[in-house]
Design a binder for this molecule. Structure first.
Ligand SMILES: [Zn+2]
Length: 193
C-alpha cells in the first residue's frame, strides 16, 4: 500500500499515530469502518468471525513516516522517520512544516493525496533510502578490503614459501623489511574446515 524502493527491499508509508503513541496497522477495507483505523492483525471474535481491531480515526493526532526494510540476507527492520502533526483545519495545513489536515475518513489514506505523497516520498528518499544506499556502498567496500587483505596474506605466504626474503616482501608491498616481517611473521590461519 506504500512506496516501494527500486530494489524492492523497502516499503514506506505514512502510518497514523494515536494520541497515546499507538500506530495504525496499515490495512484498510476488510470490514474496518471507514472512519476507523486498524491497529493490529485480525483476531477471532466469540462468534467465530475474524476482525481487525480498530480505533476511531478521530483519535489520530499525527502520522509518522515508516519504512519496512528487508535486506538481501532476509533480515527485516522498521525505520521510523519524521512525524506529521494533524491540524484541525485546512487553513492550518502546511506540508513543508509537516502539518496535515484530514477528515476522519481520509486519515488512513492521507498518504495517497498527491501533494502529501510528493513531500513524504522526498523525505523517505533523502532521509532513509539515500543513507541506506551509501551504507551499502560502505559495506561493499569494506568487504572488498577484507578480501584484498586475505589475498595479500596468501600471496605473501606463497612468496615466503618460494624463498622471498622479508626485504623482498617489504619492497613488493611498499613497507620496510621490519614492518613486513612484523605483519606476516606468523603465517595467517589456513582456510577453516
Ligand atoms: Zn527501509
Amino acid at each position: 500500500m506504500g512506496m516501494v524502493s527500486d530494489d524492492g527491499l523497502h516499503e514506506g508509508w505514512l502510518a497514523p499515530v494515536f494520541q497515546d503513541g499507538q500506530r495504525g496497522y496499515g490495512v484498510s477495507g476488510g470490514g474496518i469502518p471507514h472512519d476507523h483505523i486498524a491497529v493490529g492483525p485480525e483476531v477471532q471474535g466469540p462468534d467465530g468471525t475474524w476482525r481487525y481491531p480498530s480505533r476511531p480515526a478521530g483519535e489520530v493526532t499525527s502520522w509518522i513516516l515508516v519504512c519496512h526494510c528487508s535486506s538481501s540476507s532476509g533480515s527485516t527492520a522498521t525505520w521510523l522517520g519524521p512525524e506529521f502533526v494533524r491540524v484541525p483545519s485546512a487553513a492550518l495545513e502546511d506540508l513543508q512544516t509537516r502539518r496535515i489536515h484530514a477528515v476522519d475518513a481520509d486519515v488512513q489514506d492521507v498518504f495517497h493525496r498527491e501533494d502529501v505523497e510528493a513531500v513524504v516520498a522526498d523525505l523517505w528518499r533523502t532521509e532513509h533510502l539515500f543513507t541506506v544506499g551509501t551504507l551499502d556502498d560502505v559495506a561493499a567496500a569494506a568487504a572488498g578490503v577484507a578480501a584484498a587483505r586475505a589475498r595479500l596474506d596468501g600471496a605473501v605466504a606463497m612468496a615466503r614459501h618460494g624463498g622471498a626474503s622479508w626485504a623482498d616482501i617489504g619492497r613488493a608491498t611498499g613497507m620496510s623489511r621490519q614492518s613486513a616481517q612484523e605483519r606476516w611473521r606468523t603465517p595467517p590461519p589456513g582456510p577453516r574446515s
